[in-house]
Design a protein around this ligand. Sequence first.
Ligand code: NAP
Ligand code: G4F
Length: 348
Amino acid sequence: MKAALITGVTGQDGSYLAEFLLQKDYAVYGLARYCSERKHERIEHLKTNPEFHLVEGDLTDTARINSIINSFEQYDLIEIYNLGAQSHVKVSFSQPEYTANVDALGTLRILEAIRQTNFTSKFKFYQAGTSEMFGKIQEPLQSETTPFYPRSPYGVSKLFSYWITKNYRESYGMFACTGILFNHESERRGEEFVTRKITLGLAEWLKTHKPIELGNLDAKRDWGHAQDYVEAMWLMLQQHEPQDFVIGTGQTHSIREFIELACSKLLGVDGGVSWEGNNQDEVGISKYDGSIIIKINPEFYRPAEVDVLIADATKAREILKWTPKISFEELVKRMINNDINENPVYRT
Ligand code: NAP
Ligand code: G4F
């Protein structure tokens, strides 16, 4: 009898992971926060599955976390995927204490709750680490051995979680590991992250010609598709020994490149958009009809930026036999098609 507890089940990754684990015959428990309207768009379709159970709770609530962890004694094996987080980097600058409470102490609460049970050895723990921990990169390609240099309260909080996970592994022999995942997007990506903001913004632009307002267009990210990445999380927990892994594509693209590709998919014009002006006065102009698609709004700049990220996922390739299947171009195409057709795939 195997069970999985997914914190953050209502999020992008949580919803894909729940689907993935249900297909593998796990009893899936999803931690979701109480909210006044019990609508969870990304997982609504799972609620009729008898093997899917919603558990109400919050990562800031120690007593509740303890009682949830203790409720799993009946199972032979319990995999915990700690995906719950205040995951927006910019928000972490305006809400640093809350971010640390959820993203750093939340992890400790789960680990300590597992340690205090009398069935600790039945648990395997996955921590959702991030390439944001590399921040101001210390090596051109970032692997498991690259020194960390986080650039936001979010990155610092996640780094605490990385170290406390390693500490519980080494101190208490717990099966606990961190996946250091680079950016992954999808048709279910939160609307405030730049890729989804762009694809949704383009859908809106088609109707209203309202320009999309963005911040730094020159930052570069290693973008994959979330569906590929949840498989890597599971693979980490199927290993004999707990180990940390970097997960990414090894390719990087700027926000500007994402826009150009999205616009060419949308407008059917090569390059899709041309750029005029500099810095805050720069605009992206549609090659199709000459109207403005992109404007800069300094409100979206960050106090400290992560300029570029590129994964070296050799270890995952060799040990987990994991490689991403969905290319950058396919990712952009899927997001554009989804948002233009107003046909969210999670309803199917
Ligand atoms: P997401 O869509 O923002 O989902 C975050 C989830 O955490 C949501 O279900 C949210 O619930 C939940 N949550 C937030 N605060 C909570 C709290 N106090 N107690 C319990 N749950 C809480 O994030 P994602 O993109 O799926 O990412 C999943 C995890 O991977 C996160 O930990 C993120 O930091 C990490 N990560 C993401 C990426 C990426 O590129 N996507 C890369 C590396 C690491 P609500 O629905 O109620 O808000
Ligand atoms: O889409 P973003 O907000 O993602 P960011 O900051 O890279 O963080 C995401 O990936 C991390 C993994 O590396 C996760 F750990 C984290 O939870 C999250 O999922 O921003 C990407 C880039 C940044 O450089 C930002 O400055 O896009 C730039 N950007 C430019 N204009 C913008 C905007 N970002 C957002 N969110 N909104 C803008 O208008």
